[in-house]
Ligand binder design. Structure first.
Ligand code: SPQ
Length: 428
């Protein structure tokens, strides 16, 4: 249990740890590339460590020391059949991207994970990979983990994904690299594009046209060095904390602001936050900047449509932000929240209601009235890192302490979260 008490102000500078999505991809692509890949600012969170352990099980030598990783890639054909189940822990990204990769390998493998993973739909990847020729099975016709895969002999497909999901897109593209002919994935709204960006850094030709992405099968990856930018999804918690805690100014260094991820910045600006973006630069095809936020007078907004995939993981903390903004904030088209680590519509609504917020769930989002003073109470992360961090930030503004159960879930994406929060509370 972690107890969080009201902060009189939050001040200081935080170097935001490495991006989780990019860290996963660096391990995966490094493992299937020819040669040695050096990764810096890797996120040593539980999810990315699960990815490392899966590739080690398939015979890849990976040396990890904090945020530095060396991956001895053996080429696409270098992975060996794992003798044990591949355990992804809590990581949906590891699961779905590896499904695509393993669909092309001429061996048998089984992917499994924790209780949350066992509830998340995998058929969104099983269906297209089966169309490509992989033999995939799992509970409820390949919908739920554990999932077994016998890969190989794939044919390229053109697939219109019913969900805007980078995990679906990436899984299909990784299978497509091992298929005969061209594979194209198109989406209804653009999802995060780290796979496309990083495949190009590893020497793969990727064709991007509107909402479609294509790769030609048979391309090899060449090892490269990857510098991982800071994770905007982690920065989001301190951006919101800086905006809602009185008398605060927080600077966040080295934050990835890739346009497919930066919806939180748009929302903060729309709501009137005092936010500045400095020192914009591009590292490994990913845009990075330093962000400074100060306590702000916030007004309501509406969040729907194209912006949703650009801030899907930030919606729990945006809901807290909206409880402190004047007026009614409406979030729509976010039904994907129901199939994350928890049902994040129910988890956010229940937790914030129990702290006194005026918030209701809808089938595809939430409606929040503000500003509302919040009170303390005993709440749980429910094992979901983003719910845990949202509640810890809530504890900075509640009258009375927030007692957070299952705080260890936060280690999935931000192992140093509480240290950074304490530094800001101490004004350093
Ligand atoms: O890896 P996991 O568990 O799916 O992580 C989450 C998160 O909150 O960290 C979602 F629960 O992020 C996903 C994100 O929602 C990471 C991701 C990626 O790296 O490709 C893509 C998004 O999921 P999706 O299903 O929209 O593609």
């Amino acid at each position: 249990m972690e107890t969080i008490t009201k902060a009189h102000s939050l001040k200081g500078t935080v170097v935001i740890p490495g991006d989780k999505s990019i860290s996963h991809r660096a391990i995966m692509f490094g493992s299937i590339a020819n040669g040695t890949t050096h990764i810096t600012n890797f996120l040593p969170g539980a999810d990315c460590l699960s990815t490392i352990s899966c590739f080690k099980q398939m015979g890849i030598h990976i040396e990890q020391d904090g945020a530095s990783v060396v991956v001895e890639g053996k080429g696409m054909d270098g992975l060996k059949e794992p003798s044990q189940l591949l355990d992804v822990g809590n990581s949906g990204t590891t699961f779905r991207l590896m499904m695509g990769l393993l669909a092309g390998r001429p061996f048998h493998s089984v992917l499994a994970g924790d209780e949350s993973i066992a509830k998340r739909p995998m058929n969104r990847v099983t269906v297209p990979l089966t169309q490509m020729g992989a033999i995939i099975d799992g509970r409820e016709q390949g919908t739920f983990a554990p999932i077994s895969i016998r890969g190989g002999n794939l044919k390229g497909i053109t697939y219109e994904s019913p969900v805007a999901s980078a995990q679906v897109k990436s899984g299909i593209l990784l299978a497509g690299l091992q298929a005969e002919g061209e594979t194209t994935v198109s989406e209804t709204h653009r999802s995060r594009n780290h796979t496309e960006n990083m495949l190009e850094s590893f020497g793969v030709k990727v064709k991007r046209e509107g909402l479609s992405v294509s790769v030609e099968g048979g391309q090899q990856l060449t090892a490269t060095n990857v510098e991982v930018p800071g994770d905007i999804s982690s920065a989001a918690f301190f951006l919101v904390a800086g905006a809602i805690v009185p008398d605060s100014t927080i600077t966040l260094l080295n934050v990835g602001i890739n346009e497919t991820r930066s919806g939180i910045i748009d929302v903060l600006q729309q709501m009137g936050a005092d936010l500045s973006i400095k020192n914009r630069r591009v590292v490994n095809q990913e845009e990075v900047a330093d962000l400074t936020i100060s306590t702000s007078n916030l007004t309501n907004t509406s969040i729907e449509g194209d912006i949703i995939p650009r801030l899907i993981d930030e919606l729990p903390i945006i809901a807290l932000l909206a409880t402190q903004a004047k007026g009614k904030t409406v979030i729509r088209n976010a039904e994907e929240l129901k199939v994350k680590e928890t049902n994040r519509i129910d988890a956010v609504v229940d937790a914030l209601q129990s702290l006194g917020a005026s918030i209701t769930g809808t089938p595809d989002g939430m409606v929040i009235e503000g500003p509302t003073p919040l009170h303390g109470g005993r709440v749980s992360s429910l094992g979901d890192h983003r719910i845990g961090m949202m509640l810890a930030v809530a504890g900075c503004i509640t009258d009375g302490a927030v007692e957070l159960e299952l705080p260890e879930a936060i280690k999935v994406s931000y192992p140093d979260f509480f240290e950074h929060l304490k530094q800001l509370q101490a004004g350093s």
